[in-house]
Design a binder for this molecule. Structure first.
Ligand SMILES: Nc1nc2c(ncn2[C@@H]2O[C@H](COP(=O)(O)OP(=O)(O)O)[C@@H](O)[C@H]2O)c(=O)[nH]1
Ligand SMILES: [Mg+2]
Length: 227
């Protein structure tokens, strides 16, 4: 519990048996529940997750978005936090972000990984695509988001259904930011978080995923009411 709020951590996971032990052993005492969403892994991710005290939800439909959504809906906390299974986001950053959320009475808080402590942590192709897409999202939706692709996202449980999230893949992350910031009844904010070296193989494919994400942003701009 954190200041009388039940806290769930939701971790989408596709073949991350090497990253999970370090991610899960960093569990702070105020975390009530960790849900690992096994997204069709062919390695021992689910077994490792259980061994380290997580509850495992199986989402057989591949895709980062499907995995996050299954975890966000299946978690039981008053506040639900998405992280990565690969060790590049830190559970120890959750507490300051929760403090910010409660202090400013926010419903949603996004983490921003920028500026990076070391540019070599993220390939130049991913950095460039992120800079372009985040700029596009700011322009299309007139929202102040810095890191439109960050997997560190904190939700008050009540807003999850209201966001009506549907993206199957990596475009999920931007859908969250866009809908949270443009929703008239949701208070959204963003705070810097740390970004470390990934364990295992990166799942984000700079070219294919970026094209998908840009197309999804343009599609969303036709249906979301920009304030
Ligand atoms: N691309 C992808 N990632 C998934 C999927 N299911 C779960 N994930 C997890 O989503 C997280 C984010 O992917 P990652 O490669 O770390 O992206 P990055 O941190 O943006 O470079 C990781 O924990 C993945 O294991 C999936 O079907 N596709
Ligand atoms: Mg990652």
């Amino acid at each position: 519990m954190y200041k009388s709020h039940k806290i769930s951590i939701v971790i989408p996971c596709l073949n991350e048996e090497d990253g999970l032990p370090r991610v899960l052993s960093g569990r702070p005492p105020f975390v009530d529940e960790i849900v690992v969403v096994d997204n069709g892994s062919t390695d021992k991710s689910a077994e490792v997750a259980r061994r380290y005290g997580a509850r495992v939800i199986v989402e057989s439909r591949r895709g980062y978005g499907y995995a996050c959504l299954a975890g966000l809906v299946g978690a039981t906390g008053d506040i639900r936090v998405t992280l990565d299974a690969d060790n590049n986001l830190f559970m120890t950053d959750v507490e300051p972000v929760l403090a910010h959320m409660l202090e400013h009475d926010l419903d949603f808080v996004n983490g921003t990984r920028f500026p990076l402590s070391d540019n070599s942590l993220m390939p130049a192709s991913v950095r460039l695509s992120n800079a372009f897409i985040s700029w596009l999202v700011r322009r299309l939706f007139r929202i102040p988001v810095v890191d439109s692709q960050c997997g560190f996202q904190v939700f008050k449980a009540g807003i999850i259904a209201r966001l009506a999230l549907t993206s199957p893949g990596m475009e999920f992350s931007q859908e969250v930011k866009i809908k949270a910031w443009t929703h008239p009844a949701i208070r959204a904010g963003e705070v810097p978080i740390r970004y470390g070296k990934r364990t295992g193989v990166r799942k984000f494919k700079a070219l294919i995923d970026s094209v998908r994400i840009v197309r999804a942003a343009i599609r969303l701009s036709r249906i979301v009411n920009v304030r």
